[in-house]
Design a binder for this molecule. Sequence first.
Ligand code: GUE
Length: 283
Amino acid sequence: MVKLIDGWQVARTLNAQTQVRVARLRKQAIVPGLAVVLVGHDQASERYVRMKEKKAQSLGIYSVLKQLPADSTQEDVLQTVTALNQDPRITAILVQAPLPPQLDATQVFGAIDPAKDVDGFHPENVGKLYLNLPGHYPVACTPRGIMTLLAANQVPLQGANVVVLGKSAIVGKPLAALLLNAGATVAVLHSQTKERRSFLSAADVVISAVGQAHLLTDADFQPHTIVIDVGQNLDENGRLVGDVDYSEAAVNIEQITPVPGGVGPMTIATLMQQTVEMSEWSK
Ligand SMILES: Nc1nc(=O)c2c([nH]1)NC[C@@H]1CN(c3ccc(C(=O)N[C@@H](CCC(=O)O)C(=O)O)cc3)C=[N+]21
């Protein structure tokens, strides 16, 4: 019997804590302010951005959306970021990925004030994470949310073999750093990886962030594997599914995060958590 890891439940608890922290800040006349920059009209991105705005508002966070046309130039986007850097009402800035192909995403993320970089994508914050420096700095929200979810489910990481599938700057790489910092043995697999099977057959925890429906099935895992599914894919029937195909009858998967209701809600809850923390850190 597969046990589902309930992301909605952990997200609810985290959001309730965030709401209390926002109220505490507001009593000191400090209002956390989240700006989301959305370039173009990608349907999934528009949906995610709306969910973020709604959640922010329900927790008492001031929220603004800067929507730019799909054919924006690098200068247009940089100007928007600079204005938000200088806006005292804005304490947290998120530039929604992916950006249209004419834009240099690395330069855009690097233009965000590191103290307002709620996604943790700025090289300064990435470097701090990589070095496991002490102190307060933002970390990519999906990886941090996954760490919270693992901790809430008492999944041991010290000395555990963890396989991460996907090496993106948004999920795979920062997640690998967090896991290493937590004492796990980490393998990051990607499209050029040979012998995926041998890595999976030694994995205690598998985290898939590839974005491909039906990529993995129960037969790919060894017994008692804990699976974190970061995929957000539409299947042949237009249903939202993760990267892992499984049924209740799965024998190797011990616990798994469902899609929807697993990692997704944790990403947004962590974004809210980090928005509030950045206001607390800069007091
Ligand atoms: N700068 C930046 N930061 C991000 O954090 C970021 C981004 N860009 N670009 C896109 C990805 C994707 N992402 C998701 C957030 C929530 C759900 C989520 O809540 N999913 C729900 C289902 C949502 C639905 O109903 O469609 C779930 O899995 O239960 C999914 C995906 C944040 N991202």
